[in-house]
Design a protein around this ligand. Structure first.
Ligand code: HEM
Length: 444
């Protein structure tokens, strides 16, 4: 009782709800510096209105800690209507409560270290096909290629499907992804309308894959096989619609995030000759003639730091959305029931009380003697945290590290002049002009 009264007397976070209906949704979608500007204006928790709901945007390690410890009691999933419509209610991102926990346990079986490590040789062979292709191309727009690469890797690992160079499949994903954060007006020429159309086509394609699998004697041990054998919290098999939407979710979650991170890495390395030289030196030290193995990847500490720093500076997710199920207190502010909370960890990664010169790309900040992220728990969250931490993070790390090692050992790339390297932010960051490079084998 006392707690409720004292909570009621707490202020709402400072801020501005913006325009009627739209709130500040357009600023959030189109102004890259929107969150930074409001943080400077109001502090690390501020109110606004996004996608039709009053929203608290929360930044900082302590705030993240408070959010995750109160998550079970006070928060559940809430993505904007456009995201929800495109993913579907059968998607892990949209599921809540027992259903969500039950599915997390099911998916856990797919992402065990042993299973992930078994995918090493198929990732290596897909990487080799793309590296050969890029070498033949000589000049290329790299982000769309990395996106195809990571879609192939995800398809192989999750549903045992070979999709090398399947332009149609990757284009459908691209247009579908464009609508994930958009104004939910469904007309043939709006982003959202086009994305809904692509969702239909993707689900038709996924259903065909499921039917083929069901005609086989054994369902298999990949994500699709496990979904087909799984039971829900009431002991029933999962519906066909849910299996389709879960596959769609994981294929999306599993590819553009890695493509975005690899793209940022290739830009940052091209712009930081010293870091690139150190990363190449590590590869030479470990022996360029030695075959790549899971064990050898684990010895690449500097490359690990490079990828960690890329994910600090330009995390593909940037934030997570939650709905407040019960009013609660956050850092002295009252956050009312049914508000949205966005934990915006991309800005937490810029906290000067944790990271020295956070605007600089400096992989050494993660060296054991500095380990800046260790000073404050919850200050480094590229894979999110709490009940919804990314289930695919170890798989993504393996895939990215393997391709990065192959690039560093054998290839060089040069950024084409005159291109726009600023990042489009949604659904995951990628440079406006797609990253145009000259790509060739390293002179020996
Ligand atoms: C660089 C690679 C990746 C990054 C940076 C990343 C980032 C994230 C983040 C930040 C979240 C949490 C969002 C939240 O708090 O609501 C998340 C959740 C998720 N990720 Fe990833 N991810 C990556 C790769 C992957 C891969 C490879 C897969 C699958 C193969 C995957 C599947 C998912 C799914 C299904 C969720 C939803 C979890 C839930 O709601 O319980 N991600 N990811």
């Amino acid at each position: 009782m006392t707690a409720t009264i004292s909570q009621r007397s707490l202020p709402l976070p400072p801020g501005n709800l913006g325009l009627p209906l739209l709130g500040e949704t357009l600023n959030f979608l189109y102004d890259t510096h929107y969150v930074e500007k409001r943080q400077k204006q109001y502090g690390s928790i501020f109110k606004t209105s996004l996608f039709g709901y009053p929203t608290a945007i929360a930044i900082g390690a302590e705030t993240n800690h408070q959010l995750f410890t109160q998550e079970k009691m006070h928060l559940t999933s809430r993505w904007p209507e456009c995201t929800k419509a495109l993913l579907g209610t059968g998607s892990l991102l949209i599921q809540t409560g027992n259903a969500h926990q039950n599915r997390r346990k099911i998916f856990h079986k797919v992402f065990q270290p042993k299973i992930i490590e078994q995918s090493f040789s198929s990732i290596e062979s897909i990487s080799r096909s793309y590296l050969d292709k890029w070498e033949r191309m000589g000049t290329l727009s790299w982000f769309p290629e990395l996106s195809k690469f990571s879609l192939d890797v995800a398809c192989k690992f999750l549903i045992s499907l070979d999709t090398f160079n399947d332009e149609h499949f990757s284009k459908l994903f691209e247009k579908w992804g464009d609508g994930l954060f958009s104004i939910p007006i469904s007309l043939p020429w709006t982003k959202f309308g086009r994305a809904l159309h692509c969702r239909k086509q993707l689900l038709i394609r996924i259903e065909k894959i499921i039917t083929e699998r069901q005609s086989q004697q054994h369902p298999g041990q990949d994500l699709l096989g496990i979904l087909l054998q799984a039971q829900d919290e009431d002991g029933n098999k999962l519906s066909l619609q849910e299996v389709k939407e879960q596959v769609l979710t994981f294929l999306f979650g599993g590819h553009d995030t890695a493509a975005s991170t690899l793209t940022s890495m290739c830009i940052f390395l091209a712009q930081s000759p010293e870091v690139l030289a150190n990363a190449r030196a590590e590869q030479r030290q470990l022996g360029l003639e030695e075959p790549l193995t899971v064990e050898r990847l684990k010895q690449m500490n500097y490359l690990e730091q490079v990828l960690k720093e890329v994910l600090r500076v330009n995390p593909p997710g940037a934030f997570g959305f939650r709905r407040v199920t019960k009013e609660f207190e956050l850092n002295g502010y009252r956050i009312p029931q049914d508000w949205t909370v966005v934990y915006y960890f991309k800005r937490t990664h810029q906290d000067t009380s944790v990271y020295k010169q956070p605007e600089c790309f400096d992989p050494q900040r993660f060296a054991p003697e500095r380990a800046e992220d260790k000073a404050k728990p919850f200050s480094y969250l590229p894979f999110g945290g709490g009940l919804r931490e990314c289930p695919g993070k170890e798989f993504a790390k393996l895939e990215m590290k393997l391709l990065a090692a192959m690039l560093l050992r054998e290839y060089e790339w040069e950024l084409e002049p005159g291109q726009n390297l600023n990042f489009v932010q949604f659904p995951t960051p990628y440079p406006y002009d797609g990253l145009r490079v000259k790509f060739r084998r390293l002179a020996s």
